[in-house]
Design a protein around this ligand. Structure first.
Ligand code: SF4
Ligand code: SF4
Length: 189
């Protein structure tokens, strides 16, 4: 079992998680309700209540390198069950962003899917399913993933050959551009 050095909390990490999520992680008293309701706990390497504890203890590396933050489905069950009204799902989301920024993406295929999805929304204003699939396959080499779903999706027009045309897609691209500029400005500060 890995030993965690509790005498050296990374206070900047705690502050950043609190600021970015708008949640007070210090009010978590480890009741375990979030873990009990988490549908993905069976697949997690660190349960969600333990993630909360590690954040309280300022354990940046242990948290950002965990697989759990990438396997989280953002279902909000933990948030709904928390007796201290902590938006735990939001914290998991923030941790995923921080892990991505720090270059820790322990579940590469999930990151690849997220990247393909966002690229599609930036380009087309909304998701273009076939484009996302093609991009995901190129990024991961997983050619036969979910191929068995195609016969059910095609007749329902869920995999249209061309991107859907929407009004104002250039405004959506602008949002992505603004976020990128904001990140560059933050890095140069
Ligand atoms: S939001 Fe994530 S951590 Fe919370 S219960 Fe759902 S899957 Fe689990
Ligand atoms: S439900 Fe809330 S208080 Fe209980 S362990 Fe999870 S985050 Fe902490």
């Amino acid at each position: 079992m890995e030993t965690i050095p509790l005498n050296s909390p990374d206070k900047e990490f705690i502050r950043e998680v609190q600021e970015r999520s708008g949640q007070n992680v210090l009010t978590c008293y480890q009741c375990g309700n979030c873990t009990a309701g988490c549908p993905y706990n069976f697949a997690y390497d660190i349960s969600v209540s333990r993630v909360m504890r590690l954040v309280q203890l300022g354990q940046r590396e242990a948290v950002l390198k965990s697989h759990s933050i990438w396997l989280c489905a953002s279902c909000q069950s933990c948030t709904t069950r928390c007796p201290n009204n902590i938006d735990v799902a939001k914290i998991m989301d923030v941790l995923r962003h921080m892990a991505r920024e720090a270059g820790y993406a322990t579940e590469r295929n999930i990151k690849a899917f997220g990247d393909a999805f966002l690229e599609s929304v930036e380009k087309h204003g909304r998701v273009y399913e076939l484009g996302v699939t093609a991009s995901y396959v190129c990024k991961t080499g997983r050619f036969w993933t979910d191929i068995d779903l195609a016969p059910a999706m095609l007749p329902k027009n869920k995999l249209s050959i061309k991107p859907h045309e929407i009004r104002g897609k250039e405004h959506v691209s602008e949002i992505f551009k603004r976020f990128r500029e904001r990140d560059i400005a933050k890095e140069n500060r």
